[in-house]
Design a protein around this ligand. Structure first.
Ligand code: OSB
Ligand code: MG
Length: 388
């Protein structure tokens, strides 16, 4: 029997600013500032839960933004969660009343999973493994495989230099951001540089259309043995992806278009993708993520964990999730050391020479939150009163 849960004593959301080392350039534009929204809860026994709602600052990837997520968490998601107690499953069910706003829901839910892990003295990874119902219940992994998502560079030579660097560091897969005009030539150059064996894929972030000139470019990519083409068409265009997948040999991977379990069911029934990028924030939290994992596992669908340039707080959940056995391909999990001047957890994780990240076995989040750094980077903090 789990001990009776102590009530919550404090809850707050914070907006933090993380200085990016370099702007991240993609098919949806340039991300040069990174604000993120954190959730912090504390129970009457002093145990803590942390979560991160990792929407981007701007609405050019998906409708969610940092400011919007912060407001929804403070006004709706956190009060709703606080009204049902502290069981993360109950919190997830309560939050499912909120339409859209997946990053806000995921951030709040995450804090309750973290608190639950603290209480049970369990790692997040073991907690999530216990929640999975996949029919093939293989054990979770001790380490996860990592790839890098490489932004659009000014030159092909610049891209090749970053590709070489990451492969030398052991990364197991290269993902190139593409857009119309920055596609066939850079992919050809990278494939020639790395040879046939290295796993290469591309991510268009919804920058192509079904116009013939765009299709012609995408069909040319079939020559380079890519493991997938991620989200070539509009963020909500599932039918378009189904039409494109009929013409394309390379598997289509959906990112932006999968924002719930039912989105994935629809995409599968329309044969709109053959590969899945799963981000907990994009699908509304860990409970939904585990359900999607189980569906992919039971349908033998290639699955990998995507990223939102989270701080180490958000990445901790991604690492634990990606340890589940249904994740068959390397995760987008470049460490904070690559993306930021510092992380909000210390020590943060590292990529080992074999291109893997060890999954923490310590109870709770698995990484110590650096509270001073959180304070130093906080732009605003909103306290939400727990029910009396
Ligand atoms: O499309 O996968 C994407 C980052 C922010 C928003 C969208 C995407 C990305 C990435 C980076 O590709 C992955 C990472 O977090 O390392
Ligand atoms: Mg993507």
């Amino acid at each position: 029997m789990a001990p009776r849960a102590a009530p919550l004593a404090a809850a707050e959301v914070r907006e933090v600013r993380l200085p990016l080392k370099e702007p991240f350039v993609t098919g949806f534009g340039t991300t040069d500032t990174r604000r993120s929204a954190l959730v912090h809860i504390t129970d009457a026994e002093g145990r803590e839960g942390w979560g991160e709602a990792a929407a981007l600052d701007h609405p050019f990837y998906l409708p969610d933004t940092t400011s919007g997520s912060l407001a929804v968490m403070a006004e709706w998601a956190l009060p709703l969660a606080l009204s049902v107690g502290t069981d993360p499953r109950k919190v997830a069910r309560a939050l499912s009343r909120i339409r859209g706003n997946t990053f806000a829901r995921a951030g709040v839910e995450a804090a309750f999973w973290c608190l639950e892990a603290e209480r049970r003295q369990s790692s997040l990874a073991d907690l999530f493994a216990g929640e999975s119902d996949a029919k093939d219940g293989s054990p979770r992994r001790r380490a996860i495989a990592v790839g890098e998502s490489i932004g659009i560079h000014e030159t092909v030579e610049g891209t090749l230099a970053e590709v070489r660097l990451r492969l030398d560091e052991g990364y197991r897969r290269i993902k190139l951001k593409i857009k119309p005009g920055w596609d066939v030539a850079v992919v050809k150059a990278v494939r020639e540089e790395v040879g046939a064996e290295v796993m290469v894929q591309v991510d268009a972030n919804a920058s192509y259309s079904l116009a013939e000139e765009d299709i012609t470019r995408l069909l040319q990519l079939d020559a380079f043995s890519l493991s997938c083409i991620e989200q070539p068409l509009g963020w909500d265009d599932v039918l378009g992806h189904a039409e494109l997948q009929r013409r394309l040999q390379t598997p289509i991977c959906l990112d932006e278009s999968l924002r719930s379990v039912s989105d994935l069911r629809r995409a599968l029934s329309l044969a709109a993708c053959r590969n899945v990028n799963l981000k907990p924030g994009r699908v509304g939290g860990m409970a939904a993520s585990i359900e999607i994992h189980d569906l992919c596992r039971d349908s033998s669908l290639p699955l990998w964990c995507g990223g939102m340039l989270e701080s180490g707080i958000g990445r901790a959940f991604n690492i634990a999730l990606a340890s589940l056995p249904g994740f068959t391909e390397p995760a987008d999990m470049s460490p904070a050391a690559v993306l930021y001047h510092f992380d909000l957890v210390d020590p943060t994780y590292e990529v080992a020479p074999d291109g893997s990240i060890a999954v923490p076995t310590t109870p709770g989040l698995g990484f110590p939150v650096d509270v001073d750094r959180v304070d130093d980077t906080t732009l605003r903090c909103v306290k939400v009163a727990p029910p009396a």
